[in-house]
Design a protein around this ligand. Structure first.
Ligand code: HEC
Length: 161
């Protein structure tokens, strides 16, 4: 209910802006749509997650995207998926995320830009560029368990909260 209210408020604000700032709303839209189409079924509206089941990305993606290794990790997770145990918000998750490498570089960049803009306390990290995704794609496929090892390595040095 709360998530819906926030969404409705956002939509109302977006439609108010529509008349005066149409260009701004259309450039903000693609990442939100990619998220709704490909991620929201698990990570939930506004990427709030489900404790113990699907990681919360709102607020956390911004922190991860602040570091170069974190940006690379986010692209790696989207393109290769990830499986195994992670700790998020002090709760273990033993999950499987499928690879979403059918997304184009532009789509993956836009969804990560959208996520990195949610619940930021500091300035938003720089938008993701399609070239950042292309570079990770060109570096080759990883097994979901290898992605997990990278992710937990970066959690150990607090790039991943
Ligand atoms: C079928 C469900 C599902 C879908 C669809 C999905 N994810 Fe995930 N995602 C997960 C699960 C489960 C994990 C945790 C995997 C684990 O336990 O190793 C995860 C982990 C992540 C993480 C790492 C979080 C962390 O704390 O390490 C990111 C980033 C992420 N997903 C982004 C995305 C994005 C972006 C999309 C859409 C393009 C997406 N996910 C689609 C289920 C999903």
């Amino acid at each position: 209910m709360k998530a819906f209210a926030v969404f409705a408020l956002g939509a109302a604000a977006a439609s108010c802006l529509g008349s005066t700032a149409g260009a701004a709303t259309t450039t903000a839209a693609p990442g939100a749509k990619v998220f709704a189409d490909h991620c929201q079924v698990c990570h939930q509206a506004e990427a709030v997650g489900v404790p113990g089941q699907f990681p919360r990305l709102a607020g956390r993606a911004a922190l991860i995207a602040a570091a170069p290794e974190g940006r690379k990790l986010l692209a790696t997770i989207v393109l290769n998926g990830m499986s195994g145990r992670v700790n998020v918000d002090s709760q273990p998750i033993l999950g499987v995320m499928p690879p979403l490498d059918s997304l184009s570089d532009a789509e993956a960049a836009s969804v990560l830009t959208y996520l990195a803009g949610l619940q930021t306390e500091k300035a938003k990290p720089a938008p993701f560029k399609p070239a950042e995704i292309a570079a990770v794609r060109a570096s080759g496929k990883l097994a979901p368990g290898q992605v997990l090892a990278q992710r937990n390595g970066l959690a150990a040095v607090r790039v991943v909260p």
